[in-house]
Design a protein around this ligand. Structure first.
Ligand SMILES: NC(=O)c1ccc[n+]([C@@H]2O[C@H](COP(=O)([O-])OP(=O)(O)OC[C@H]3O[C@@H](n4cnc5c(N)ncnc54)[C@H](OP(=O)(O)O)[C@@H]3O)[C@@H](O)[C@H]2O)c1
Length: 301
């Protein structure tokens, strides 16, 4: 497989949605997708930040074709409104990049009482993807790219405690949400194949980069992170490369998991990423899908 992104033809006329497009990896992903010629719909929860990001991209790329639509993934009604507005405005969607995410240690919940990382990182994207699927042309260049993380490796789906209220590790809920991202991509791809569709769903992880993701860490951890990150991590533009590869490479089939292949998978060239044995369990992925349908109140595929 050729892991470079050389020779990708201009993508004029194609439409991409990037969630969390205003910051970090999502900002760099949106910039690169616009450079390739996509119309990029920036799906952001904060419109002021989104406008600032749009004007920053336009400064670098005056011809960038950008739109903004408000989306709060932690609120399932907002996800439904976004999907409806998108459908009213556009008749097709070629690439969906489920990039937005939060990392928190506080056990915060949304209005409906669902742990904030599970709903933002997984459930909101589960609902969004399934609501937008019918807009996607049925061909192998149509892509759903889901961002997972190295943090999936130590996690399980805690079906008896999805809010992780009894977890001893403060990072358990984040790990669970990122494992859910990976297992959702797998299960979605299996369902697409079974229904005879050619659309590809896959997961990627960005390695590590100094984005806004770590702002909630304790002060000691945060400053240690800031000190070490230039040496062991890569920048947000490099961290966006697995997403871009998943979105654009003609070699992608669906069901893969890509990420950086250098030191501890924190950085380096894009390649096949390592995954936990647990993440391969189709029975768990199926159960997660069913619970996600129950929690979003919608059945899919
Ligand atoms: N950076 C890393 O080292 C790393 C490692 C592994 C995985 N990841 C994954 O990479 C993805 C991108 O994260 P990042 O590192 O670029 O972090 P970031 O700089 O904090 O960006 C996260 C983006 O998600 C948005 N977001 C958060 N909550 C949202 C909500 N409820 N609805 C809609 N958008 C929301 C944020 O919007 P606001 O600006 O409004 O907060 C922001 O645009 C995440 O899925 C993360 O889990 C990152």
């Amino acid at each position: 497989m050729d892991f470079s992104l050389k020779n990708i033809p201009p993508q004029k006329g194609r439409i991409a949605v990037v969630t969390g497009a205003n910051n970090g990896i999502g900002f760099e992903t949106s910039t690169a997708m616009a450079k390739y010629g996509f119309k990029v719909v920036m799906a952001c929860r904060n419109l002021t930040k989104a406008e600032k990001a749009r004007s920053d991209i336009a400064k670098e790329l005056p011809n960038a074709d950008l739109d903004i639509l408000q989306l709060d993934l932690s609120d399932l009604e907002s996800v439904k409104t976004f999907a409806q507005k998108f459908k009213n405005r556009y008749s097709r969607l070629d690439v969906l990049i489920n990039n937005a995410g939060v990392l928190i240690y506080s056990g915060k919940k949304n209005k409906a009482g669902i742990e904030l990382q599970f709903v933002t990182n997984h459930l909101g994207h589960f609902l969004l993807t399934n609501l937008l699927l019918e807009q996607m042309p049925d061909n192998p260049a149509s892509r759903i790219v889901v961002l997972s993380s190295l943090a999936h490796k130590d996690a399980e789906i805690y079906f008896d405690d999805l809010n992780c209220e009894h977890a001893e590790d403060a990072g358990a809920a984040y790990g669970q949400s990122k494992l859910a991202n990976l297992m959702f991509a797998d299960e979605l791809n299996r369902r697409l194949r079974r229904s005879g569709k050619q659309i590809a769903a896959l997961a990627v992880h960005p390695g590590g980069s100094d984005s806004g993701l770590f702002d909630e860490m304790s002060k000691v951890m945060y400053y240690t992170f800031k000190l070490l990150s230039p040496f062991i991590l890569h920048d947000n533009a490099a961290a966006a490369k697995p997403s871009l590869f998943g979105a654009l490479s003609p070699d992608v089939m669906g069901g893969e998991y890509f990420g950086p292949t250098g030191f501890m998978e924190f950085k380096g060239k894009v390649g096949v990423a390592k995954r936990s044995e647990y993440s391969r369990r189709e029975d768990i992925a199926l159960k997660l899908w069913q619970i996600s349908e129950e929690m979003t109140g919608q059945s899919f595929l």
